[in-house]
Write a protein that binds this ligand. Sequence first.
Ligand code: NAD
Length: 267
Amino acid sequence: MTSTQSGMLSGKTALVTGSTSGIGRSIAEALAAQGANLVINGFGEADEIEAIRSEIAATCGVEVAYDGADMSEPDEIERMVAQARQRFGGVDILVNNAGIQHTAPLEEFPVERWDAIVAINLSACFHTTRHVVANMKARGWGRIVNIASVQGLIGSIHKAAYVAAKHGVVGLTKVTALETATSGVTCNAICPGWVLTPLVQKQVDAKAEQEGLSNEAAKRKLVGERMPSERFTTAEQLGGLAVFLCSPAADNMTGISLPVDGAWIAQ
Ligand code: NAD
């Protein structure tokens, strides 16, 4: 069904990094369903990305641009934001979502993986934010939603770079909220527990292999070990939360990190 851009976010533009897959894609779809024009970003096959881009545009009746900027490259981030501003007049909603994972004990952690995780999962959030925030403040409205993780609030073995980067995202969220507190701009972090996306399927596969389990048994075990709800969080639920954070109800909600984790960190 084609909507007519009459949603709550009609006339706004959202830039969602890492939105060719998983959580970012669902958040982009949820914002577009509320009428936001989009810049989507991320890696993948050109025809698959074009299919995602054109389907969201057709389904939601919004404009959707794709930008393939590599979030580990500060110059490409600057160019992407400049092009978004040129095409849409500004970025009203920034969702810092692109992320990668690598697991290994500290003494074996590849330095190159540490650098890549910190660059993509943390430094990219700083670069996008520094390029959009002045314009948001000048316009008197903006939403910055950082996709952190429960791993931004607690630690886990073998995830040194990821845990460090996600704790950094939670810290950056607080500073951004403080520096924008009187401006009409809010900045919050979402901290999901396990969400069954390609990023997590790799960890399911590793568990199945290490413990000789089927794919289904490995999924149940992964979730059951951490999440009292015994259910994956879904990407659609996170899309709904991102929309809420962009709604008037969340106007004075800023600087916080919201777990969506089936009571993982309540333990
Ligand atoms: P995913 O692998 O499905 O998607 C990651 C996206 O990031 C893809 O679009 C990919 O192309 C993009 N990306 C990766 N490297 C990039 C780069 N250098 N430049 C531009 N784009 C790049 O993963 P996901 O599970 O949807 O993860 C999205 C975010 O959610 C990540 O920040 C992740 O840390 C976080 N997160 C995921 C889970 C989970 O259980 N899946 C839990 C907590 C937090």
